[in-house]
Design a protein around this ligand. Structure first.
Ligand SMILES: C[S@@+](CC[C@H](N)C(=O)[O-])C[C@H]1O[C@@H](n2cnc3c(N)ncnc32)[C@H](O)[C@@H]1O
Length: 268
């Protein structure tokens, strides 16, 4: 099985929008370090509804351009409408599976991809293909998981079961939430030089963005875990009870998994 497991329904749109709000300072800091600037040509790979694509469009300005690619037509059409509404003429959408996309060689300054590589069954093959699309000196900039560190306090056995099931769901669909543990060899296979490796963690109490981000994911997808046999109904019951208790506890703390920024640079 290798189809994308998180869907495109209205709840997922809302979750991705909130996720973007919580993590955009981290993503924008990455763009600052990377030096994304006016006039650049950027590919946003696996753009989803395109929250990042629109911010990139603003950064590269009218002399630059953004190609936003996703396999879900629902998202590329949604983004096309949003870009039109907001008057961005420098955004092009492409609906394609990245493995089958026909992208021009040596044409992008930056290929950016957030939370997509962890869904790929052969990330080295995709990185190799993307390396061909980069201009000399261009950057493949990936933001994705090393899924260590994700935790809640007071500790919760139910939450640990939900985390195990999340990792198993990605695996079941051919992905790997620890993909950033392999990024050095993925870049090497693609002929790229590892130029940056920068881990990020968000954390906070029940009112924080980090906690509410987790709250928009684990309880909802725990139903899917049971449906797919990755968690028992009893484990889910325990998880939901313990999660609710921690949401009501002003001293509870959630730590996100590590989200790693990595840059693979093509030789100039
Ligand atoms: C978790 S969402 C992240 C969306 C966006 N990058 C963001 O950060 O908000 C992952 C996206 O990757 C897309 N995707 C996953 N595998 C893909 C593939 N092989 N080719 C193209 N898009 C893919 C999905 O359709 C989904 O929109």
């Amino acid at each position: 099985m290798s189809d994308y497991p998180l869907g495109t329904d209205p709840l997922e749109l809302e979750r991705l929008g909130f996720q973007h709000q919580v993590w955009s300072p981290v993503t924008n800091a990455f763009f600052e370090r990377l030096g994304v600037k006016p006039g650049m040509r950027v590919l946003d790979l696996g753009c989803g509804p395109g929250f990042v694509s629109l911010e990139l469009a603003e950064r590269v300005g009218p002399k630059g351009s953004v190609v936003a690619l996703d396999e879900a037509r629902h998202w590329t059409e949604w983004l096309r409408e949003k870009a039109k509404e907001r008057g961005f003429s420098n955004v092009t959408t492409v609906c394609a599976r990245i493995q089958d996309a026909d992208l021009p060689a040596a044409s992008f300054d930056v290929v950016f991809s957030r939370w997509v590589f962890s869904f790929l069954s052969d990330p080295s093959a995709v990185a190799t293909m993307l390396a061909r699309c980069l201009k000399p000196g261009g950057a493949l900039a990936i933001q994705d998981y090393n899924h260590e560190g994700v935790s809640i306090f007071p500790e919760s056995e139910g939450f640990r079961a939900a985390v195990r099931a999340t990792r198993a769901l990605y695996k079941l669909h051919g992905g790997d939430q620890f993909v950033m543990g392999r990024i050095s060899s993925i870049f090497a296979t693609a002929g790229l030089e590892l130029a940056e490796l920068h881990p990020n963690v968000l954390a906070g109490g029940p009112e924080s963005g980090a906690f509410r981000w987790a709250d928009s994911f684990f309880p909802r997808f725990s139903a899917v875990y049971v449906e797919k046999g990755l968690m028992s109904a009893a484990e889910r019951g325990q998880f939901l009870r313990e999660w609710e208790e921690r949401k009501q506890n002003p001293h509870a703390l959630f730590y996100s998994p590590m989200v790693v920024d990595a840059v693979g640079r093509k030789r100039a």
